[in-house]
Design a protein around this ligand. Structure first.
Ligand SMILES: C[S@@+](CC[C@H](N)C(=O)[O-])C[C@H]1O[C@@H](n2cnc3c(N)ncnc32)[C@H](O)[C@@H]1O
Ligand SMILES: [Zn+2]
Length: 277
């Protein structure tokens, strides 16, 4: 697919769902201008990139997440180690037509969840441009935005489901964006998450285990009818994925020489928090 057609494809998809966008500067409605920009009623304008995503950041942002980190995340997610989590999320949101993944990174979770549920449109937003560039390149069926959750470019009550997978949350913003009867799903790592890796990186260190009790408590305060489900399993890890696993997680950043890390399986241990608007 040529560069021009990807921009046109992205623009056409955004035009179809234009009422879900709102200007991140003045909150007014938007339209697609000549398949190249999103423009609001007050003439604030945001370019649609040749890869088919739109950049709606209103301020400069530096990200600690690099292109190669996102490539590693994609390799790990593609290997299927998060399949059970994606399947659980897809099952919870089968009837959702509009899904927003907040802090979507390189987009694989959202793309796989939307493929599994085979209905509706996915929007992914992330402050890291490198993540969104990768998402748009691999998954042109969804809508991708560079943007800050604190100033998100969407209209109120726009999304039937809001996902927040291993990423920072903004509950006030989630409450603004969620449609009546919609749900918010947050995935939080638990004490066994990647434990084989942490045991080798942090032997004798307090970083070896961690707890997310406060996150769960705040989620309970913010949403109604909260349901919490823990998912824990251990899966084999192919040798060639060890380097990707080390690069995709901030844990790996502390260790310069990774050649002595030996892993042939890895544990996934998360809580899935599901709340209603
Ligand atoms: C650990 S990564 C998880 C990415 C993806 N959900 C996954 O599981 O592969 C956290 C992501 O949150 C994004 N993020 C952090 N602060 C953000 C903000 N204020 N607005 C949008 N995205 C943000 C980061 O850029 C990063 O891609
Ligand atoms: Zn505006």
């Amino acid at each position: 697919m040529g560069a021009l057609s990807k921009r046109a494809l992205g623009a056409a998809l955004m035009e179809q769902y234009i009422t879900l966008f709102a200007c991140p500067i003045c909150q007014s409605s938007m339209h697609v201008y000549e398949q190249g920009r999103l423009v609001c009623a007050a003439n604030h304008s945001f370019d649609i990139a040749k890869q088919g995503y739109v950049n709606m950041l209103t301020h400069g942002a530096t990200s600690k997440y690099s292109k190669s980190l996102f490539e590693s995340r994609k390799a790990i997610i593609d290997s299927g180690i998060y399949d059970a989590i994606e399947a659980k999320i897809a099952e919870c949101i089968t009837s959702a037509n509009t899904v927003l993944d907040t802090g979507c990174g390189e987009g694989s979770h959202l793309a796989r969840i939307m493929a599994e549920k085979s209905k509706g449109i996915g929007f992914g937003i992330d402050i890291a441009k490198e993540g969104i560039v990768a998402a748009a390149r691999h998954y042109p069926q969804q809508i991708w935005c560079v943007g800050d959750l604190a100033k998100s470019p969407f209209a109120p009550s726009s999304f039937d489901a809001i996902l927040n997978i291993l990423s920072p949350a903004n509950y006030d913003e989630f409450k603004r964006l969620i449609a009546p009867n919609g749900c918010v799903i947050k995935v939080v790592p638990q004490s066994g998450y990647l434990q084989e890796l942490r045991a080798q990186l942090y032997a004798d260190s307090s970083k070896e285990t961690y707890s997310n009790e406060q996150i769960v408590a705040r989620f309970r305060e913010s949403f109604h009818k909260v349901d919490v489900e823990r998912i824990t399993y251990t899966v084999p890890l192919a040798k060639e994925l060890v380097a990707a696993l080390l690069e995709m997680t901030p844990m790996g950043w502390y260790k310069k020489d990774n050649t002595d890390i030996l892993l042939n399986e890895i544990t996934i241990d998360v809580e899935i928090l599901i709340g209603e608007a």
